[in-house]
Write a protein that binds this ligand. Structure first.
Ligand SMILES: [Fe+2]
Length: 363
C-alpha cells in the first residue's frame, strides 16, 4: 500500500489574514476537501506524507550530512555531549539507553501476542540500538508549572555550522507541522487554530537518531521497538535508509516508502487525546528490512555513510495547556477515556511508565 502525498502548497498560498476561527466551509478552491483528506488519512493510517515547498531536498540533505558526520565520530567524542544528570534532555543519548515501551508495558505485550502473525511487530529483546541527539526547538514560556531542567544547549566541538543547521531544520519542521495541524483541525470540523493555539511555546524537540548499519545491518535488527509517540505530531524528513513500519487503524502493518522531497508526519498520543480517540496515535517500529539491506549494499558500493539518520522533530502541546477532547469531540462516547489534564502532567505520566521520568522524550 502506498500512502498518498499531500502537497501543502495550495493551502499555503491562501491569505492567512483571518483570526484563526475560520472553519472548513469558508475555504474555497477545493481546500476544505484537501483538509478533510488530511484528517481522514491521519485517522486511518496514523501517518501522513506531505510536500512542503518551504522545505527542500537540499535542506534535508544538509541536515542529514551534518548528523552523519557527527554520528560517525568516535564514541568517546560523542560521549562528551552526554548529559545523563539532566536525564538526556539535551545532547546525545548513546545506544542502549532508550527502552521501547513494548519491552516494559505488559498491556501492550498482551495486545502484540493477540495480533495475527503477519502483522506482529518485531519484538525487541533489550534497549534500542540507536543514538539520539536532543536539541530544543522553538521558544519556551517564561513562566510554566513544568520547567524543563535548566540546561544550556550542547554543541559539539568542530561543528561551527551546528546551531544554524539545527535551528533552521527545527524551524522548518515546526512550520510544516503547524500547517498540517491547521489543515487537520479544519478536516476534523474544528476551528483552524484549535491545535496550533495549544502548540505555542510547546516543548518541541529536534531529536535526530543515528543507527550504525555497519554493525547493526542484519535483517530483523530492531532500531526502535514497536511504540507510539507521546507527543502531538512527529515529523521527519526522508531517511537515506528505509525501515519504518506503521500500523493502520484496521491493524494492517505497512512498510512506509517516503518519496524524495517529502516529509513524514505521525500522529502521537496528544492528538488522540484532543480528538477523543478519533485520530489514534500511530503505532510504529524501525527495523532492518530487506529494503534496508539493499540500501546498505548500494551505499557501500558508492562509499557513502552507513549511519541511518532520522531527522525527527517531536511537536508537543504546550506543557501548561489542557489536554481534553476539543469541540464536538467532547460529546464523543469515548471522551471519558480522555480526562482533562495538563499536557505536562500527561507527559510525566507517560514517561513514568517507561522509567524515563524527567526526560521529555519517548523511545
Ligand atoms: Fe516514534
Amino acid at each position: 500500500m502506498e500512502l498518498p502525498v499531500i502537497d501543502l502548497a495550495p493551502y499555503l498560498s491562501i491569505d492567512g489574514g483571518d483570526d484563526g476561527s475560520m472553519v472548513g466551509s469558508e475555504l474555497g478552491g477545493g481546500l476544505s476537501e484537501l483538509c478533510r483528506e488530511v484528517s481522514q488519512i491521519l485517522k486511518e493510517t496514523g501517518a501522513l506524507l506531505v510536500k512542503d515547498p518551504r522545505c527542500t531536498v537540499e535542506d534535508n540533505d544538509r541536515f542529514i550530512d551534518m548528523m552523519e558526520k557527527y554520528f560517525e565520530s568516535p564514541s568517546e567524542f560523542k560521549r562528551l555531549q552526554e548529559r545523563p544528570n539532566l536525564h538526556y534532555q539535551v545532547g546525545v543519548t548513546p545506544e542502549g539507553v532508550e527502552v521501547p515501551r513494548s519491552l516494559v508495558d505488559d498491556e501492550m505485550q498482551a495486545k502484540l501476542n493477540a495480533m495475527p502473525k503477519e502483522s506482529q511487530p518485531s519484538l525487541p529483546k533489550g534497549p534500542d540500538c540507536k543514538w539520539r541527539y536532543m536539541w530544543r526547538a522553538g521558544p519556551r514560556p517564561s513562566k510554566t508549572r513544568f520547567q524543563e531542567l535548566n540546561s544550556e544547549p550542547v554543541i559539539p566541538e568542530g561543528f561551527p555550522e551546528w546551531k544554524e543547521t539545527m535551528d533552521s531544520w527545527g524551524y522548518k519542521m515546526i512550520s510544516a507541522v503547524e500547517v498540517v495541524a491547521e489543515m487537520a483541525a479544519i478536516g476534523f470540523g474544528l476551528p483552524k487554530d484549535a491545535f496550533t493555539s495549544l502548540m505555542k511555546q510547546g516543548p518541541h524537540l529536534l531529536a535526530p537518531t543515528g543507527s550504525d548499519l555497519s554493525r547493526y545491518g542484519q535483517e530483523g535488527i530492531v532500531f526502535a521497538g514497536y511504540h507510539y509517540d507521546l507527543n502531538f505530531l512527529t515529523i521527519h524528513g526522508r531517511s537515506r535508509f528505509p525501515g519504518l513500519n506503521i500500523w493502520l487503524s484496521n491493524g494492517q502493518k505497512v512498510e512506509v516508502k517516503v518519496p524524495v522531497g517529502c516529509l513524514l508526519i505521525q500522529a502521537g498520543k496528544q492528538i488522540e487525546w484532543l480528538t477523543a480517540g478519533e485520530c489514534q496515535a500511530g503505532m510504529h517500529e524501525v527495523i532492518v528490512t530487506n529494503r534496508t539491506t539493499e540500501a546498505i549494499k548500494l551505499a557501500s558500493a558508492q562509499n557513502r555513510s552507513l549511519w541511518r539518520v532520522s531527522s525527527t522533530l517531536f511537536a508537543h502541546i504546550a506543557s501548561d495547556a489542557t489536554l481534553k477532547p476539543l469541540g464536538h469531540f467532547a460529546e464523543s462516547p469515548l471522551a471519558g477515556k480522555y480526562p482533562s489534564m495538563c499536557a505536562g502532567e500527561f507527559v510525566e505520566q507517560e514517561l513514568a511508565v517507561i522509567n524515563l521520568k524527567g526526560n521529555k522524550e519517548e523511545p
